[in-house]
Design a protein around this ligand. Structure first.
Ligand code: SAH
Length: 362
């Protein structure tokens, strides 16, 4: 009898146990398979030598070990940030970004091809949502990038800050998170996994339920401004969003990260800084300010360094916990809000690598 193949990387340990049970196999086989795949990085059943030959021959009939194909890879000559392009089928591509720093190695993963949130300043939003990734395609980004690293080197942190809105694809995202943090899976601590959302309030509880960290893209200091740059605010205005944030902090006893993009003349005034402080002061949080990263035809510009510093200083003066996100990978179009994977001529496009490409600097 020919069984249908299930993608291995879509399965949590529990899913795999259930699947094996349904086939009359022992439960502990699931742990054995996870160990081969996620710890030893063996993607060929034939090499799994502690399984009987008979079982090894049977496995490919119902499990598929294929991974999203990595089609290109480019490295920033400024800061060592790397961007990877993956083929996720149907002629669609996504990007992941690996960001080195002194004490950590962070992988920024994508959850969707394109995005429907329509944030005005984001390059990914220029592509409407084309496809929600499967759990396996999310886990696969991690597995594939890990495979490019020297033996023994670990990816310490994962952020869902790549293409797409993770809470618009929650089932796949939280399944992937289960595999990413499971001891038998990729064994990344929950505290080192961050889900970033534009503010899909009804799904935010799931971040707390998964015990991972929450980042919220605030990007506007009033409903007026936020609705102008993030249309989702019309559906879930600040009052509802901040209430959900307060609840998250209460349940998890953890700090939230508020991301705040500085758009010159739109969100970067000292008035904005004061309103931002008022909005967030009663929520355990830190504020991560991100100077706008340019991309073609955005219509926005990046404030000067002096303006960024004034904004940051005002928040510090008021007593906020504020960090300035360092711009990484700007020369390879890998910085926040620059992922698109389709734009002709920017590095990362299929077979079009232009390592000397530079985003316009102001
Ligand atoms: N959809 C999720 C995940 C994307 S995270 C979210 O909105 O949170 C990407 C982060 O980069 C968000 O905080 C977003 O506000 C920010 N961002 C988007 N475009 C940007 C740009 N051009 N410059 C700087 N930051 C940007």
């Amino acid at each position: 009898m020919m069984l249908s193949q299930t993608p291995f990387f879509d399965l949590t340990l529990e899913d795999l146990e259930q699947l094996l049970k349904g086939l009359g196999k022992e439960k502990f086989r699931a742990q054995q398979l996870f160990k081969w795949v996620y710890e030893r990085r063996i993607y060929d059943f034939d090499q799994m030598t502690n399984l009987s030959k008979e079982f090894r021959e049977e496995l490919p009939q119902f499990l598929d070990l294929s991974l999203p194909k990595m089609v290109s890879h480019v490295k920033s000559s400024i800061d060592g940030t790397q961007k990877f392009l993956f083929d996720v089928g149907d002629n669609e591509t996504i990007e992941s970004v690996l960001i080195p720093s002194d004490d950590r190695l962070t992988l920024c993963v994508s959850s969707e091809v394109g995005c429907n949130m329509a944030c005005k300043f984001c390059f990914t939003a220029k592509q409407k949502l084309k496809k929600r990734l499967s759990a396996g395609q999310i886990v696969g980004q991690f597995v594939q990038v890990l495979g490019t690293l020297p033996e023994g080197q670990r990816i310490s942190n994962i952020v869902f800050m790549g293409m797409g809105e993770p809470l618009d694809n929650p089932d796949a995202v939280f399944k992937a998170i289960d595999v990413l943090h499971n001891d038998w899976g990729l064994n990344v601590s929950r505290r080192k996994i961050t889900v970033s959302t534009s503010g899909l309030v009804p799904e935010m509880w799931r971040v707390a339920a998964a015990k991972v960290r929450l980042a919220v893209s605030l990007n506007g200091s009033s409903d007026d401004i936020r609705s102008q740059v993030m249309p989702i605010n019309r559906k879930y205005p600040l009052k509802d969003l901040l209430e959900a944030c307060r609840e998250h902090a209460r349940v998890t006893r953890d700090k939230i990260t508020f991301e705040y993009v500085l758009l010159k003349g739109v969100t970067d005034s000292l008035e904005d800084a004061r309103r931002l402080y008022q909005l967030t002061k009663s929520i355990p949080c830190k504020i991560n300010i991100i100077p706008f990263n340019e991309h073609p035809q955005s219509g926005y510009s990046r404030p000067t360094e002096a303006a960024v510093k004034l904004f940051q200083d005002e928040l510090i003066r008021l007593g906020a916990h504020v960090l300035l996100r360092k711009t990484m990978g700007r020369d390879i179009y890998a910085a926040c809000g620059q992922l698109n994977a389709t734009y002709k001529g920017h590095p990362g496009r299929l077979n079009v690598l232009e390592p000397n490409f530079h985003a316009p600097l102001n």
